[in-house]
Design a protein around this ligand. Structure first.
Ligand code: DAH
Length: 339
């Protein structure tokens, strides 16, 4: 019995000495001191020991238990300390390192350009209004004088939700929404996202932005249109900018025109930027078609108006001299923060 005890004691102490993890110590504790442990086994065998020997053996078992417990405790403390030191080392904070700077974002060139457009037009008394990106065919086409089967629809092929609802191909529908709700005088711009079934390239994207403009009042003429857009161009591209109207066709305006600005890079002499033309096209416009006014509940014999539509990306690309529209959508911070 004594030898057995001696063996258990030595074996346990040995194992404790060799333990390198707290988990392992626990296993040893269970193996020797646990309910089914070896030392407990000896106590159970006491019934076979001669009664007079029992106190002595009991004492020996107790001594062995204490010794093993003490060894366990000490090793446990040692291992815990080592683990903590390891943790301290790995989580060391160098308070002398410079702090990380918070990275502040930057307004997108589209946003910068839009803010500028809004500043210019609100300065002339315009209201900024919003319209839905998912629009009825009726507003996007029908009441803009573009009935089903009209060839103008081909140029603005878009994404259809069903045969009455689509992703708007132009912000011009907001004109209709404003006119049917509001009595003249109307002076508004409507910026927003539009959609077309176009392939992505340097100048096209299936989703881009426009800013629509509409003025309706008594006695509005083409001269108001020309003066307004000239003021806009000078504020947007510089005071020396000249504008010219080229006759064009849009179904919802009559007469219609496209506006060119003199190249602000070469002043109109012709350069790479304006492809040698001296002029750059920036928007479409015209006098609101009387039939459109009528369809929107406004009497064309009393009121007249003008409208225009600008491509926001086009303005941003021109103003910041960016030569590929795709750069605007990639959101590479190194690109964006230049503007
Ligand atoms: N909506 C036209 C387009 O996307 C642009 C436009 C032209 C808008 C003339 C107008 C306008 O308001 O009067 O091509």
């Amino acid at each position: 019995m004594k030898e057995e005890l001696q063996r258990i004691r030595e074996e346990a102490l040995n194992k404790i000495g060799g333990a390198d993890k707290l988990d392992r110590l626990n296993e040893i504790r269970v193996a020797y001191l646990g309910k089914k442990g070896e030392l407990t086994g000896i106590l159970r065998g006491m019934k076979d020991v001669a009664p007079e020997e029992r106190p002595k053996v009991g004492q020996l078992v107790n001594d062995a238990r204490k010794e093993i417990e003490a060894a366990l405790e000490e090793t446990q403390r040692k291992l815990a300390r080592a683990a903590r030191e390891q943790q301290m080392k790995s989580e060391k904070i160098d308070v002398t390192l410079p702090a990380k700077r918070g990275v502040l974002g930057h307004s997108h060139p589209n946003t910068v350009a839009l803010k500028e457009v809004e500043r210019i037009f609100t300065g002339m008394g315009y209201e900024v209004v919003d319209g839905p990106e998912v629009e009825y065919d009726e507003y996007n086409f029908e009441r803009l004088n573009i009935p089903k089967g009209h060839p103008a629809r081909d140029e603005q092929d878009t994404f259809y939700i069903n045969d009455r609802i689509l992703l708007r191909s132009q912000t011009s529908g907001v004109q209709v929404r404003v006119m049917e709700k509001q009595k003249p005088p109307i002076r508004m711009i409507a910026p927003g996202r539009v959609f077309r079934a176009d392939e992505v390239d340097a100048t096209h994207s299936p989703s881009f932005h426009q800013v629509e403009g509409l003025v309706v009042d008594k006695g509005i003429t083409m001269a108001d249109l020309k003066g307004t857009l000239d003021t806009f161009a000078k504020q947007m591209f510089g005071p020396d900018t000249k504008t010219k109207l080229r006759p064009h066709h849009f179904p919802f305006t009559e007469p219609s025109a496209e506006v060119d600005v003199s190249c602000f890079k070469c002043g109109g002499k012709g350069c790479r930027f304006c492809k040698g033309e001296g002029w750059i096209e920036i928007l479409g416009c015209g006098m609101v078609h009387p039939h459109v006014l009528e369809m929107c509940g406004i009497d064309p014999s009393v009121y007249s108006g003008f409208a225009f539509g600008v491509g926001l990306e086009r303005i941003a690309l021109l103003k910041y001299e960016i030569d590929d529209m795709r750069l605007l959508y990639e959101n590479d911070v190194r690109f964006l923060k230049q503007f």
